[in-house]
Design a protein around this ligand. Sequence first.
Ligand code: SF4
Length: 86
Amino acid sequence: MQQLNYRNALDYAPIDVRKGIDLITKKIVSADAPVPEGYLPLPKCRICQNYKPDDEFTGVCNASMHEPKFMAYADMCAVTCEMFVA
Ligand code: SF4
């Protein structure tokens, strides 16, 4: 299993593209640093069951009944998506 980094962790608030705040320890951390054990991943399209990747960065969301299906970014935050399936 791939090591989770702060950039993709739920308890992380970005300050800029390189650093942010660990919301549990309240410390400033590098976005690419690995998180301690027990941190949860931030819901993103890339880990959603409805996401079908076309390449490393983009894919298709299959959640909607409408055609054509819409494009989704793998790195798109899905915290507010009601159709997200872990
Ligand atoms: S259902 Fe939401 S989270 Fe899942 S792929 Fe579609 S847009 Fe992304």
